[in-house]
Write a protein that binds this ligand. Structure first.
Ligand SMILES: N[C@@H](CCC(=O)N[C@@H](CS)C(=O)NCC(=O)O)C(=O)O
Length: 209
């Protein structure tokens, strides 16, 4: 039921011919695509912080984005981007940190300096992680992507005050989960490779999301 209610609150994807919403009129807008894992990082952060009423979703169809998006809103022409305080900000990792520092709601980064330092290491590894796994699809994922999943398994041993990467749930989990969930399903279905086999912490982390 809750899921149904959440779906009903999702605004429909814009048609390519849709008019551009007014720019910089004070409304905070998240230009997004429901299927994009980068955009999902920001969507999860917004929802976890309870900002559904503060930040309006503008869902685009990636296959046919309205021309005004790249021409007038965000010349990079990718999602996600956020319209806030007369500016457009992009890049999902920067955006989740931006939402956490500039908006109300539960904090998604710990105060502990050791955890903060490890958070930066984990953020820095995300692109490498994704690249290793995507590249492995062309070869033998169990062998080629194994080290990337081992990295997460080892990271999950570092703090034991919860099942998440920094112990408690944080932006770091949000940075990885949209990708790991996809990899988990895809590798299991297509390559019969279970990324959680022999990785109990990773299994518990996926279960805990
Ligand atoms: N580094 C960017 C990547 C964003 C990205 O690649 N988004 C994809 C959709 S998942 C996109 O907008 N692609 C459109 C295109 O490349 O034309 C981020 O972290 O936000």
């Amino acid at each position: 039921m809750a899921a149904t209610a959440a779906c009903q609150r999702r605004p429909p994807v814009l048609e390519p011919t849709a008019e551009q919403p007014p720019l910089f009129d004070g409304t905070i807008r998240l230009y997004t695509a429901y299927i994009c894992p980068f955009a999902q990082r920001v969507w999860i952060t917004r929802n976890y912080k309870g900002l559904q009423d503060n930040i309006k979703l503008i869902p685009l169809n990636l296959q046919s984005r309205p021309a005004w998006y790249g021409e007038k809103v965000y010349p990079v022409n990718k999602v996600p981007s956020l319209e806030h305080n007369g500016k457009i900000i992009g890049e999902s990792l920067d955006l989740i940190k931006y939402l956490d520092s500039n908006f109300e709601g539960p904090s998604l980064l710990p105060d502990d300096p050791a955890k903060k330092e490890f958070a930066e290491e984990l953020f820095a590894y995300t692109d490498t992680f994704n690249k290793i796994v995507y590249t492995s699809f062309k070869g033998d994922p169990a062998k080629d992507a194994g080290p990337a999943f081992d990295y997460l398994e080892n990271a999950l041993h570092k703090f034991d005050d919860g099942p998440f990467l920094l112990g408690q749930f944080s932006l770091v989990d949000i940075a990885y989960i949209p990708f790991v969930e996809r990899f988990h399903v895809f590798l299991s279905e297509v390559f019969k490779y279970d990324i959680t086999a022999g990785r109990p912490k990773l299994a518990a982390w996926i279960e805990a999301q």
